[in-house]
Each structure stands twice: as C-alpha cells, then as structure tokens.
Write a protein that binds this ligand. Sequence first.
Ligand SMILES: Nc1ncnc2c1ncn2[C@@H]1O[C@H](COP(=O)(O)OP(=O)(O)OP(=O)(O)O)[C@@H](O)[C@H]1O
Ligand SMILES: [Mg+2]
Length: 327
Amino acid sequence: MEKQLLAVEGLTVEYWARRGRVRAVDSVSFTLDRAETLGVVGESGSGKSTLGLSLIRLIPPPGRIIGGHLWLEGTDLLKLREEEMRNVRGRKIAFVFQDPMTSLNPVKKIGEHFVELIRTHEPKTGREEALRRAEKLLNDVGIQSERINDYPHQLSGGMRQRVMIALSIALNPSIVIADEPTTALDVIVQAKILDLLKNVQNVYAMALILITHDLSIALERCNKILVMYAGQMVEYASVENIYNKPQHPYTRGLLKSIPNIELAEQKLEAIPGSPPDLLNPPRGCRFWPRCPSSIGKCREREPQPVETEPGHFVRCFLHEVAGNESN
Ligand SMILES: Nc1ncnc2c1ncn2[C@@H]1O[C@H](COP(=O)(O)OP(=O)(O)OP(=O)(O)O)[C@@H](O)[C@H]1O
Ligand SMILES: [Mg+2]
C-alpha cells in the first residue's frame, strides 16, 4: 500500500515569550492525500500560520514544537536533523507566504532567485540551465520569460505572487502550503492567483494546504476544511460536510457570516465577541464565552475531538457520544 502523503498527529506548538507561554497550536491532527486541497480556516490569531510553518519546522523563535508527529510518506519530520529537514523544505514541502516581498530579495533579479534555489538543492545544475528552467516556470505561471532580468520591485503585487508560486513549484514538491497568498491583492487578482494555484496543482500533481481567514474561499477551492479556533482544531471534515452539516457552533457562525448569493433573504450575522487571549484562555471549551449553544460543562471541562462520522471530527460537547467522555 502506498504510504499516506502527510499525517499530522497531535501537533502542539508553544511560544515561550516573556509575558508567558502561548499554546498557539494545541494537539492538531489531520491527514493530506496526494493532490488533495486542505483549507485551514480561522480568525486572526487562531494559529493558522503557526500550524503551517511548523509543518516545515520553521516557526520563528520563541516558538517551539512541543509535541506530536509529522509523518511525511511515513517519515516523522520531527525526528529529522536540521540538515535533513533542509532537504524537505522546497523539495518536498514548499511554502508561499502572504507577502512576496518578505521572501524575495529586493537587490536580486528574479532569475537569480531561481538559480539560487535550484543550485542549492541540485549543485550539479549549471547556472544557464537553472535560468532556462526559471523561464519555463515563469511561463507556466503566466509571466514572460524576459522578466528573469527584472528586480522584484519592477513587478506588480500579483506578478510577484506568481513568481513565488513558480519558485514554490521549482523543485516539484508534493505539498505546497500557501499562507493567505492573496490577502494583499485586489479581488480580481486574488481570483486569478487562486485559479493559478489550482492549475499548477493539477499540472504538477501536488497537494495544497490553503491557509485563509475566508471560509468562502476554502469552500470554493478545497476538498477538506480544518477550522481553527484559539489554537485548536474545532472541526475538520470534507467541504460537503462543513457546508451541509456543520457541527461546531463556531463553524455554523462562520457560515452565517458569509454572503450567499443563492439566499437573497439571508441575514448576515457576525459572531459576537472576540477570540480569547491565548496567554490566558478561558477554562473549559475555548469557545464557550461566544457560543450560543453552550451548556454547563462547557465552562468546566475541555471537549476532546470526536469523530461523528468517518472523516468528520468536531471538538464540542454537543456532539460527544456516551462512552467518549473522558471523565
Ligand atoms: N513570534 C511570536 N511570539 C509570540 N507569540 C506569537 C508569535 N507568533 C504568533 N504568536 C501567537 O500565536 C498565536 C497564533 O498566531 P498565528 O500567527 O499562528 O495566527 P494566524 O491564525 O495565522 O493569524 P492571522 O490570521 O492574523 O495571520 C497568536 O496568539 C499569536 O499572538
Ligand atoms: Mg497568519
């Protein structure tokens, strides 16, 4: 049997700052199959970026992974040495950041970024060959090959994000993680970049983890969705189930806040309140202070994720079946 592409088990990440410890990712588990698209959705501060970066072990200090497993085709990435991990980044798992200017070097021509990346991983590849590959990759993302001689500031924001996508696929990785890849762009360019990601994903047969605060984008673009709240996975299911049978009150709240053109009479409702300070999360369920359906024990104990049907996980007492209760 072919090994699962990625299986994340109980991943837990903390930032040990002076003000205290923040558990930004708390025991998150999910799987990703080849060519699948997973959407990671949640409000600002819910731990989406920390989760994405921890998959390539690139969390900024003072962050550290304190528990869990990251199985990539059967190898636990958390057990690899840093030099082995460097081989995984880019070659197996690539990352597209929100702001291309943080990844592009302003004093280096576009082509040089490709030369450096390709030659770091494949030292036998000559400079000219790397540049020819850069031209082909740029063409694949809709950029003229002459642009290898431009500097990053000579390109528009949308073009820079295209360059980032071309760089991310340069080493033919099996997974691309895109963290809010379109937030800085206008709506039309946003849609084009998301279409491009889908297109390269198909052509290069990659899996994609799309991190976004916008549930409607994830519903439209992904196969599965993981909903994060205050560092925890509150619901994880197929897009169909998230849309048709959302089980967590937070997911339901997010769905109610999306404009739906099919429902002309729909009343948009924002979820009242704001997420907790992770330095001092509420006792019990992290969502109860904002939850319209909370019951007594939600304030006392923390619900654990339960699988309500195959592949559909929810962290909520309303769905906890007898026998699954921990105490
Ligand atoms: N370098 C850091 N030091 C300390 N705490 C951090 C650091 N980076 C993130 N955090 C904390 O970790 C939590 C998760 O942050 P993260 O950036 O992963 O969230 P996010 O869902 O990506 O948010 P956004 O939608 O704003 O990008 C937040 O409470 C944040 O304050
Ligand atoms: Mg983020």
